[in-house]
Design a protein around this ligand. Structure first.
Ligand code: ARG
Length: 628
C-alpha cells in the first residue's frame, strides 16, 4: 500500500523538525498543504516557533537545511533547489535512505528521509515550499496502478458501523427525502466498506403505528381493494396501497363508527390477532416489492435482509420505558413518560421533553429509537451508528443520543452521528412538488431522469440503436440523479433540475462518465504492443506532474470524506481530476508521443486516471462503463 506523497513529506518534515528542536517538536503537525509556488507547502514551522519562542524564519531555514542535502542529492538535474539548498553545505550532506541517492555523512542536524524532495525553499514568515522529484511522482503512480485499491490501505478493519438509512414508510410512496437518504446512505456504505469496516445496513422501515388500525380494518371490510391480478409489479403494488391509504383515511375521517372499529383494530393488532397480523404482513410485503423495485432501479445495495423496521422493536418498548424510569432518566410529566434536557427549551422557555410513553399509554417514535440504539450497541456490536435522516429531525436525534448516553445504552466509545441532509427544491426554489402540488413519485422521477438522458446519449452517439440508447440512458440518467445529490454539500438544499443534471458540461456525472469512456477509447487506440508502464527515469512535463500529484491525492480525499461523511468532497475531487486530465491530454500527446517510453509513461497516467475515476464513482454508487 502506498503512502501518499503528502504523508511521506509529513514524515520527512516531522523528522527534520525533531532533528532541529528535539523533544519540543514531537507530535507536531507539519501541516503539509498543496501550494501554488511548489508542489506542497509545510506550514507547521510557525506554530512550533511560537511554542518554543523562536524566530520562525530562522527555524524554517534550519529545517530546510536538514531536508535540503537530500534534496540536492536526489535532484540530479539540480533544478529549483532554492535558497536553503545553498545553506545546505553548512549542514553537511545526509543519507537519503529510501531514495538511495545520497552519500553517507554524519552531521548533527541530519535525518534519514525518504528522498522524495527535490527542492526546499523558505518562504514568507517561515513556510517551507517543497518540490518533489519526478522519480517520486512516477514511483507513486506505478505503485497505485498495479493495485485494485489504487494503493489506498483500509484503515478501519475490525470496526463495525450500523447505518440507518432509506427508511420508507409502508403503504406510502417514497419521495425525494427518501431518495436523499437512500443515495447518501448507499455511498457511505460503499466508502466505509472500502475502508475495511463491517457495515450493517438497517432499513428502518416505518412499518408500525396507529395508522395500521385504519388500513387493516379497511382491507378486512373491502377485500376488493386488492389488485385483481395476483401477479403484479412493484409499481402496481404501491398503486393499490396508495389508493387503500387514501380511501381508508377518507372513511376514517367521515365515518365515526369506522373510526371506532379502526381504533379497536390497533388494539387487536397489538394483541397479536392473527387476522390483523396477516393483513399487516400483506401490506408490508406489497410495499417491500415496490421498495425493491426502486432500489434495483437506483442500483443501491439494500436487500430484504436489511429491512429491520420499527415493528421489530415493538416487543422491547415497554421494557425500555420501564428501564429509563428505573434509572431516573425518564420521569412522568402530565401523564407522559418524558426525558428532559437543561439546554433544550421551547420558544416559551419551558423545557422540551423527549416523550417515551404517551399519556394514552402508546409508545412514540423516540421509544423505538432508544430501543434501536440498545440493540445496535448490544446485539450488533456497533462502535459507530449513523442515521441518514433529514435535518428537520436534528433535535430529535440530539435528544435520543443524549438520553441513550444517560441510560448507558450508548457508551462513550460508541459514536452516534445524525448524518443530516437538506431538502430537495423545485426549479422555483420551493419544496419539490408536482404542478398540482403533490409529492413527486420516486419511480416517476427516475423515469423522467432516464428520458432526459436519452437526449444526452443521442447527442453524443447519434447513430446508436434505440435499445442501446435506452440502456446507456439508464446509466447516465440514474447516475445523474445520484451525483446531483452527492455532489452538493449534504446539509444544503439543492434544486432538482434534470436539464442541468444530465448536461455534458459542468460538474455532472455525465461529464465524468464520458471522461472515463474517453480514456478507454484512448487506451484502445494505443499502437499494438504498447504497455501502460511508468518510466521513472523520464523528466515530467508540468501537466504530467499536475496530473500525477492529483492522482496521488485520491486516498487522502477518501479519508476526509469518510471522516466527515461528506461524499461531495469526493465528487469535487473527481471533477477536478477530469479537468486536470483534460489539460494534460491537450498538452501531452499520448498516441503521438515523441518516444515509445514517453507514450508508455503517459498511457500509464491515462490508465491510472481511468481507474481512479471508476473507483471514485463506484464509491459514490455510480457506474462508469468503458464505452458510452
Ligand atoms: N421513516 C421516517 C420517515 O419517513 C424516517 C426514519 C428515520 N430513522 C430513524 N431511526 N428514526 O421520515
Amino acid at each position: 500500500m502506498a503512502k501518499a506523497l503528502s504523508e511521506i513529506l509529513a514524515d520527512d518534515v516531522r523528522a527534520a523538525l525533531t532533528a532541529v528542536l528535539g523533544d519540543a517538536a514531537r507530535g507536531a503537525d507539519p501541516l503539509i498543504r498543496p501550494s501554488d509556488h511548489a508542489d506542497f507547502q509545510a506550514n507547521g514551522v510557525l506554530p512550533l516557533a511560537k511554542a518554543v519562542k523562536g524566530n520562525p524564519r530562522e527555524l524554517a531555514t534550519r529545517v530546510a537545511a536538514v531536508l535540503a542535502p537530500i534534496a540536492d542529492a536526489a535532484d540530479e538535474a539540480g533544478a529549483g533547489a532554492g535558497a536553503a539548498g545553498a545553506e545546505a553545505g553548512a549542514a553537511g550532506s545526509a543519507e537519503a535512505e529510501a531514495g538511495g541517492t545520497g552519500s553517507a555523512a554524519a552531521a548533527p542536524e541530519t535525518v534519514p528521509t525518504s528522498g522524495v524532495i527535490a527542492a526546499v525553499e523558505v518562504a514568507g514568515p517561515g513556510f517551507l515550499n517543497l518540490t518533489l522529484t519526478d522519480a517520486a511522482l512516477a514511483a507513486q503512480a506505478a505503485e497505485r496502478l498495479g493495485d485494485p485499491r489504487l494503493g489506498v490501505p483500509p484503515t478501519a478493519v475490525g470496526r463495525t458501523t450500523v447505518i440507518d438509512y432509506s427508511q420508507p414508510n409502508i403503504a406510502k410512496e417514497m419521495h425525494v427525502g427518501h431518495l436523499r437518504s437512500t443515495v447518501i446512505g448507499d455511498a457511505l456504505v460503499r466508502l466505509l466498506e472500502f475502508d475495511g469496516r463491517t457495515v450493517l445496513r438497517q432499513n428502518h422501515l416505518g412499518d408500525w403505528g396507529t395508522q395500521f388500525g385504519m388500513l387493516i380494518q379497511y382491507l378486512v371490510e373491502h377485500p376488493e381493494a386488492r389488485p385483481a391480478q395476483a401477479e403484479h409489479s412493484g409499481e402496481a403494488a404501491i398503486s393499490w396501497l396508495t389508493t387503500l391509504y387514501r380511501d381508508a383515511r377518507a372513511l376514517f375521517e367521515s365515518d365515526t363508527e369506522f373510526a371506532d372499529r379502526a381504533r379497536k383494530r390497533v388494539v387487536t393488532l397489538q394483541g397479536g390477532d392473527e387476522e390483523s397480523l396477516a393483513a399487516w404482513r400483506e401490506m408490508v410485503a406489497e410495499s417491500k416489492r415496490y421498495f425493491e423495485d426502486v432500489y434495483a432501479r437506483l442500483d443501491v445495495r439494500l436487500v430484504d435482509a436489511d429491512a429491520v423496521g420499527e415493528s421489530f422493536y415493538n416487543p422491547y418498548l415497554a421494557e425500555v420505558a420501564a428501564d429509563l424510569e428505573k434509572r431516573g432518566v425518564a420521569v412522568w410529566s402530565e401523564g407522559a413518560l418524558c426525558v428532559f434536557f437543561e439546554d433544550i427549551l421551547g420558544p416559551d422557555g419551558d423545557p422540551v421533553p423527549l416523550i417515551v410513553r404517551k399519556s394514552d399509554g402508546g409508545f412514540g417514535y423516540a421509544a423505538t429509537d432508544l430501543a434501536a440504539v440498545r440493540y445496535r450497541v448490544n446485539t450488533l456490536k456497533a462502535d459507530q451508528i449513523l442515521y441518514v435522516v433529514d435535518s428537520r429531525q436534528a433535535l430529535h436525534f440530539r435528544m435520543v443520543f443524549e438520553a441513550a448516553r444517560r441510560a448507558g445504552y450508548l457508551p462513550e466509545d460508541v459514536e452516534a452521528v445524525h448524518v443530516q441532509f437538506g431538502s430537495v427544491l423545485g426549479t422555483d426554489g420551493k419544496p419539490f412538488k408536482t404542478r398540482a402540488g403533490k409529492t413527486v413519485r420516486l419511480i416517476e422521477l427516475l423515469d423522467n431522469a432516464v428520458d432526459h438522458a436519452v437526449a444526452t446519449v443521442e447527442e453524443k452517439n447519434p447513430g446508436l440503436p434505440a435499445a442501446d440508447t435506452r440502456a446507456e440512458a439508464k446509466v447516465v440518467g440514474i447516475g445523474a440523479v445520484k451525483y446531483a445529490d452527492l455532489s452538493t454539500s449534504r446539509t444544503k438544499d439543492y434544486i432538482f433540475d434534470l436539464d442541468r443534471m444530465v448536461s455534458l458540461h459542468g460538474n455532472t456525472s455525465v461529464y465524468l462518465q464520458y471522461a472515463h469512456a474517453r480514456i478507454h477509447s484512448i487506451l484502445r487506440k494505443l499502437p499494438a504492443g504498447t504497455e501502460t508502464r511508468v518510466h521513472p527515469e523520464l523528466a515530467l512535463e508540468p501537466a504530467e506532474r499536475k496530473l500525477a500529484l492529483h492522482l496521488d491525492d485520491f486516498g487522502a480525499t477518501v479519508a476526509t470524506v469518510i471522516e466527515n461523511f461528506e461524499p461531495h468532497r469526493l465528487a469535487s475531487y473527481l471533477y477536478a481530476l477530469a479537468q486536470t486530465f483534460s489539460d494534460f491530454y491537450e498538452n501531452c500527446p499520448v498516441l503521438k508521443a515523441p518516444t515509445d517510453a514517453v507514450r508508455e509513461n503517459r498511457a500509464a497516467l491515462v490508465e491510472l486516471t481511468g481507474e481512479t475515476l471508476k473507483l471514485g464513482l463506484a464509491l459514490l454508487g455510480i457506474s462508469a462503463p468503458d464505452q458510452l
